[in-house]
Design a protein around this ligand. Structure first.
Ligand code: ISE
Length: 342
């Protein structure tokens, strides 16, 4: 890849895309933000206007084909990812695609195949927790074997609030999908069965929306993962992962530092520290490391981090999860045979 700064175009400048645009423009080394595109062209122009020399390009596919764009970040909603990722593959451009890869396993698998047919990986999936320093250290510790085999994992994933349009299905596809990736990352195995339970909903969840949800994964090696996802917790952003092994446990994302205290009254429910408001604050460092690793890999002509296969496997698990959400019964995960992919 080029010996100049990597010239990056960002597709989709909603919450995450705007955050990534800023990160590329201001915080990354050896990269430069050169273009943004969004169906909301006024918004794209507003984001482009924040930085010198950044163009707003009306048509997303024109951004992909632009000769001055070396590499692309896709931060648009999942349902439009297939067309955009395919365009990046056809243009031969390195791409960081935010999760989910797509919203159905069939389209995700088409992308896995399209990338393999090109003969060279180009796509990194945006599962940022794999770059969070605590998750990285947890994985390193597990890999030493000192704790023995991993038996059980408990994930907690809470957001402060969500709009009424964030329905039960989106909690599976857009939120639980992170736990799906964490489980596969921690165990280095696929998920073979998922059960999604529907507790009595919070009074803050819109009519008909199951929030919180509790999902249980069974791994191919027999391990079990429990997951609580609660999108309208009213408090803030809390993401934790506790791994239980034969000879010890590890927790990533535990509140730490300073005094631990609880008190009735004004400070009810506080612990001596602040709960981050959302994922941009909690995972800011992980996103920086994720995008810097992507930029560095682009310069080396490589792809690091989660792959299209990881994106496909996560989509397939969520698809089974949606079936389970409807009945509460366990649903097997139907994954393509890797050997048939060529
Ligand atoms: C959002 O899309 C994310 O990826 C966040 O990490 C997650 O916490 C949130 O629930 C999703 O909506």
């Amino acid at each position: 890849m080029a010996d100049h700064e990597l010239r990056v175009g960002v597709i989709g400048v909603g919450l995450m895309g705007t955050d990534h645009a800023h990160r590329i423009a201001r915080r990354l080394a050896n990269a430069r933000l050169v273009a943004v595109s969004d169906p909301d062209t006024a918004r794209a122009q507003a984001v482009a206007g924040l930085y010198d020399g950044v163009r707003a390009i009306d048509d997303v596919l024109d951004l992909v084909d632009d000769d001055d764009v070396d590499a692309v970040v896709i931060a648009s909603p999942g349902p439009v990812h297939e067309e955009q990722v395919l365009a990046c593959l056809e243009a031969g451009k390195y791409t960081l695609c935010e999760k989910p890869l797509t919203t159905e396993s069939a389209s995700s698998l088409r992308l896995v195949r399209a990338e393999r047919d090109r003969g060279k990986p180009l796509i990194q999936l945006g599962f940022m927790r794999r770059f969070d320093p605590e998750y990285v250290r947890m994985k390193e510790l597990l890999s030493t074997g000192r704790l023995g085999r991993t038996l059980v994992v408990h994930n907690t994933h809470r957001n402060k609030d969500a709009s009424d349009s964030f329905r039960s299905e989106m909690i599976v596809r857009d939120s639980l999908v992170h736990e799906v990736d964490v489980a596969r990352f921690v165990f280095d195995e696929e998920i073979e069965e998922i059960t999604v339970l529907s507790p009595a909903p919070s009074g803050h969840s819109p009519r008909g929306v199951v929030d919180p949800q509790v999902a249980i994964f069974r791994m191919t090696g027999g391990g079990v993962v429990t997951n609580e996802v609660f999108i309208r917790s009213q408090v803030g952003y809390e993401v934790r992962c506790e791994v239980v092994c034969e000879r010890g446990t590890v927790i990533a994302g535990r509140p730490w530092g300073g005094l631990y205290s609880t008190a009735v009254g004004e400070a009810d429910g506080s612990w001596g520290g602040a709960v981050p408001a959302d994922f941009r604050a909690r995972f800011a460092r992980a996103y920086d490391l994720e995008l810097q690793a992507w930029v560095d890999a682009c310069h080396r002509g490589e792809v690091v981090g989660p792959s299209t296969w990881d994106g496909y496997a996560a989509t397939a698990v969520c698809e089974a999860g949606l079936k389970s959400l409807a009945t509460g019964a366990p649903v097997p995960v139907d994954l393509a045979d890797v050997a048939t992919l060529g």
